[in-house]
Design a protein around this ligand. Sequence first.
Ligand code: NI
Length: 142
Amino acid sequence: MPVLNTLTVHHVGYLVKKKNQAMRAFLGLGYVIAQDWVRDELRGIDIAFVTKDGLAVELVCPYRDDSDVSGLITRLKNSPYHICYVSRDLAADAEALRESGYLPMGGALPAPACGGHPVQFFMHPALGIIELIDKAFTFAQE
Ligand code: NI
């Protein structure tokens, strides 16, 4: 059984309402683009990755009203909303998370912004949202 404390951090997911202005603001703070905008038509969002000081931030901007994050961004505004961890075995880690009180928010589905590799989201009652991403993903522009 995988141990949750061996999961490594991949990125922080960050909701933004205005993608170009948000990107400019992050670049102004010294972030660099690790992967430029990719449209995820399944989830109704545009995604880009920026990095600084070893931290990867995923900018998530809904482009339609029924996107996966439209409800969240209405409540949270522009803000971080999940931490993503690298999974070496999605099915096994998902099971370990469930046993630790995390509820799956849907299944493991391919993410166009992550090279088509699967990701899965989970909700914990005290911690909020986390994401698992398949270990095979690397930024397209690295
Ligand atoms: Ni993410």
